[in-house]
Design a protein around this ligand. Structure first.
Ligand code: KG4
Ligand code: ZN
Length: 375
């Protein structure tokens, strides 16, 4: 079947047409056309403005639709697709509504059903996708554990064979990506800042690898090993930031204290090397994410680990997660599919539709749910 998928939950407008077959038993996909418009306009404000995002999505959607219909050579068909998949949450409600209204109009015009998609479920299934060509989802070993890390979310999710999700841990305040963006701002880096911090941190790690094993480092190494902190090889012990929530018994996260620690440190040390701050901040975030993920793998006996969402593009995070998943499956999305996109929405839509055709919804009943949860 052919599916048109739409993503407008934040500041990326995505429209994809894909061909899907095989049902839940043997799902496979072919990208017929894909188009993504990123709203760089928010960069000058240092964050996403819902009203501005809405305006941009409204402008982009018809342009992207025309592009994908033309690309897939389906523009002359009166009913180019069999199903429309659209993100209905979580995200910014004014932005979500633009995709929903657009989907409703097309569903009426083409007389096709709509399948509503949870954006976070899209991030989970993104690891099975590619941004062009054909691909199949290989047999998944359950239970599946997903670490979802983006600008709006940081959560650990367990998924069973029936594709039922359960959130087992989440951030109590800032999302990991949000902390990256805020610290990037403190360091005078452009928005969104995750990739910029990561680049600085990686360059600093390279320098440290040359200099490491000084006596002070070796001493501190002992202390940190006892605390089970993983980023030892690339730790500069001239200053450290806190690893929040490591002592808590649950699987929750918190990043606002870390962000504040960076803020005060920068106030007291205005001439500090930015790359060192970036590296130590990233080490603190990754240590925390990896520590809780390891705990969750053990507690839930997960066979497969997935990391999804914008922050999953982070090299250091992937490197450290790989170390704790020896003997298990560890799946990460391609760079293109780690960020928001509509390919993952089409894939999730197809799987939900294959599970039960009754998962579709009457267009007029569809509503945006900004705080939609998995499960
Ligand atoms: O999933 P996403 O594209 O949008 C949301 O749904 O939020 O995630 C965007 C977030 C931003 O906070 C951005 O700074 C962060 O992902 N990000 C990164 C990296 N690339 C993007 N964070 C750390 N390291 C990266 N390489
Ligand atoms: Zn996202």
């Amino acid at each position: 079947m052919r599916i048109l998928s739409i993503e407008t939950s934040c500041d990326d407008t995505g429209v994809t047409i894909l061909e899907a077959k095989g049902g839940l038993a043997k799902p496979s996909f072919k990208i017929l056309a894909d188009s993504l418009a990123s709203q760089t306009i928010h960069a000058e404000y240092g964050g996403v403005f819902p009203a501005l995002a809405k305006k941009e999505h409204t402008k982009n959607l018809p342009i992207l639709l025309e592009k994908v219909l033309k690309q897939s050579k389906l523009n002359k068909k009166t009913k180019p697709v069999d199903l429309i998949a659209v993100t209905y949450g979580p995200g910014l409600e004014p932005a979500l509504w633009t995709g929903i209204v657009f989907a409703q109009e097309l569903a009426k015009k083409w007389d096709v059903p709509i399948i509503p998609v949870n954006h976070m479920e899209g991030h989970i299934f993104s690891v099975f996708g590619k941004n062009k060509g054909t691909f199949a989802i290989k047999k998944i070993k359950f239970p599946l554990l997903s670490l979802l890390v983006s600008g709006g979310h940081t959560e650990l999710v367990v998924t069973g064979k029936n594709l039922k999700h359960k959130i087992i841990g989440r951030t109590l305040d800032d999302a990991a990506g949000e902390a990256y963006d805020k610290v990037a701002r403190m360091l005078g880096l452009p928005y969104p800042g995750g990739a910029h911090i990561s680049k600085l941190a990686e360059s600093q790690r390279k320098i440290l690898r040359f200099e490491r094993l000084g006596s002070a480092t070796a001493r501190a190494r002992g202390i940190f090993q006892q605390k089970n902190i993983r980023t030892l090889e690339t730790q500069d012990f001239s200053f450290t930031f806190p690893r929040p929530m490591l002592k808590s018994k649950n699987l929750d996260f918190s990043f606002s204290g870390l962000k504040t620690a960076v803020l005060y440190f920068l106030k007291d040390n205005p001439s500090v090397d930015k790359s060192k701050v970036a590296m130590e901040f990233e080490n603190a975030v990754v240590d925390t994410l990896v520590y809780k993920t390891k705990k969750a793998i053990e507690e839930y006996k997960a066979e497969t680990l997935i990391v999804g969402g914008g922050v999953s593009a982070n090299k250091h995070l992937k490197r450290e997660l790989k170390k704790i998943t020896k003997g298990k499956n560890f799946l990460t999305p391609t760079k293109e599919l780690s960020r928001d996109n509509s390919i993952m929405i089409g894939m999730a839509g197809y799987l939900r539709y294959s599970q039960n055709k009754k998962n579709t919804i009457k267009p007029q009943k569809l509503k945006a749910q900004g705080d939609l949860k998995l499960g």
